[in-house]
Design a protein around this ligand. Structure first.
Ligand SMILES: [Zn+2]
Length: 84
């Protein structure tokens, strides 16, 4: 599996530091640690998805509900390698 996530965190930290940005803690990317058969299969990037659902209740009231979800990438967005 590629090391892009860690490499990008390091590169971004170095880049920001070299431009006079003082970081508190590290850089964070949107990632998750999914499992397969209860075993951790490594860090993966995700794409956040947001939408607004129009919901009509039985009494006719219409509400808008903000929904958020995420899709776990099967491929690395940086180098294109398939996550294992
Ligand atoms: Zn990669």
């Amino acid at each position: 599996m590629c090391e892009c996530i860690d490499e990008y965190k390091t590169k971004l930290s170095e880049y920001l530091s070299s431009h006079g940005v003082e970081l508190v803690g590290g850089i964070s990317l949107d990632t998750v640690f999914p499992t397969r058969n209860w075993k951790l299969i490594g860090e993966r990037t995700v794409v956040k998805i947001q939408y607004i659902e129009k919901r009509t209740s039985k009494n006719g009231k219409v509400r808008e509900i903000k929904r958020k979800t995420k899709v776990i990438n099967d491929y690395c967005p940086f180098c294109g390698e398939k996550y294992k």
